[in-house]
Write a protein that binds this ligand. Structure first.
Ligand code: ARG
Length: 297
C-alpha cells in the first residue's frame, strides 16, 4: 500500500552545489516557438500567428537587456515543445533545489524531462511532483523577495494539493491563492512581489479570501494595483532584480511612471509575439539564484 510521508525528504542542512553570487536566470531561445494548440485564452485566435523571426528579435532584446543586470544560462530548444521558450513554468528553483513542474496539459509535459536533465547536469537537487497534482513552476508559485514565504496559486493550472508538497522542498510557509479568471491562468500574469516590499497585482484575478490574504501581507501603500487594461497587456508579468524592472511595453498606461516614481528603473520591451502564446517577460526567464541575490542594485 502506498504511504504518504509527512517528513520532507530534503534535509534541513542541505547545502547546494550550484552557488550564485549574482542574479542568474535560465532562458530558452524561441527556435521552435509557435502557437500550435490552444491551452489558454490568449492562444485562441492566434494559431500559427507568431512570426518566428520577429519572436527571435524580441527574445534577443530581452536576453541582451537581462544580461546587463544578471547572468543568463541557455537551454536548448526542442522541436516537440513549442512553449519551451516560456521556461519559467518548467520549475521553481531556490537554494540549489529545483522543483520540476508537473504540467497540467499533455502538450507541455515533454518539457519536464528536458528540464530534469538540465538541472541534474548542473548539480541541482531535484524535487518531483506527482502527475496527478499538477504544478507549473514559477508560473504559479513564487517566493517573496526575502525567500521566506511562497505564494502559490490554484484554480486553473496548478492544483491546490501540490502547494504543500512543493513548499516541503524548502520547509517553507506557503500561502494559497485562488485564481478566478481564465485570462489570468498563472499567478505570474497577475501577481508580482517586487523589491522594497512592493506588490504589483491585478485584484480582479483573485477571489475575496485571496485578496484578504494579500491585503494582510501587504499594507495599502505597498500595493500597486493595475487596471484590467494593464493586466491584459501582461503588466504584472515583469522581471524584477533590485530596482530594475523589465516589462512589455505598456502603451496607454501610467504604470511605468508609477513604478519610476517609486524608484524603479523600468525598461520596456516589445514582446508582442509572446503575448500571442499567453506570456511576457517574466515567463521567458526562470530564476536560478535565490531571491535575495540582487546585485546590490
Ligand atoms: N502557452 C503557454 C502556456 O499556456 C504560455 C505560458 C505563458 N504563461 C504565463 N504565465 N504568462 O502554458
Amino acid at each position: 500500500m502506498a504511504t504518504t510521508s509527512t517528513t520532507p525528504a530534503v534535509p534541513l542542512d542541505f547545502s547546494p552545489t550550484p552557488h550564485f553570487s549574482r542574479p542568474t536566470f535560465l532562458m530558452c531561445p524561441p527556435q521552435f516557438y509557435d502557437v500550435d494548440y490552444v491551452i489558454n485564452p490568449w492562444m485562441a485566435g492566434n494559431l500559427h500567428r507568431p512570426s518566428r523571426d520577429v519572436a527571435f528579435t524580441q527574445w534577443n532584446s530581452l536576453y541582451e537587456h537581462l544580461k546587463t543586470i544578471a547572468d543568463v544560462r541557455l537551454l536548448h530548444a526542442r522541436a516537440d515543445s513549442p512553449d519551451m521558450v516560456f521556461v519559467a513554468h518548467a520549475a521553481l528553483v531556490h537554494h540549489g533545489i529545483a522543483a520540476i513542474s508537473s504540467f497540467a496539459y499533455a502538450q507541455r509535459q515533454p518539457e519536464e524531462q528536458y528540464l530534469r536533465d538540465w538541472f541534474k547536469e548542473a548539480g541541482f537537487l531535484l524535487w518531483d511532483t506527482p502527475r496527478e497534482t499538477s504544478f507549473e513552476g514559477e508560473g504559479d508559485v513564487l517566493f517573496d523577495p526575502e525567500g521566506k514565504r511562497l505564494w502559490a496559486a490554484h484554480g486553473v493550472r496548478t492544483c491546490l494539493h501540490s502547494h504543500r508538497h512543493v513548499a516541503d522542498a524548502w520547509h517553507t510557509e506557503v500561502v494559497s491563492l485562488h485564481l478566478m479568471d481564465p485570462r489570468f491562468y498563472h499567478l505570474d500574469t497577475c501577481f508580482a512581489p517586487l523589491a522594497g516590499g512592493y506588490l504589483l497585482y491585478y485584484p480582479g484575478a483573485f477571489d475575496v479570501e485571496s485578496l484578504r490574504k494579500i491585503e494582510e501581507a501587504y499594507p495599502v501603500e505597498k500595493r500597486i494595483a493595475v487596471t484590467e487594461q494593464e493586466a491584459t497587456h501582461f503588466a504584472c508579468n515583469v522581471i524584477n532584480i533590485g530596482q530594475n524592472i523589465l516589462m512589455h511595453t505598456a502603451s496607454n498606461s501610467e504604470l511605468p511612471d508609477r513604478l519610476m516614481d517609486l524608484g524603479f528603473d523600468v525598461t520596456q520591451l516589445v514582446l508582442t509575439e509572446f503575448l500571442k502564446g499567453g506570456g511576457s517577460a517574466k515567463s521567458l526567464a526562470l530564476r536560478l539564484s535565490d531571491m535575495n541575490v540582487t546585485n546590490g542594485l
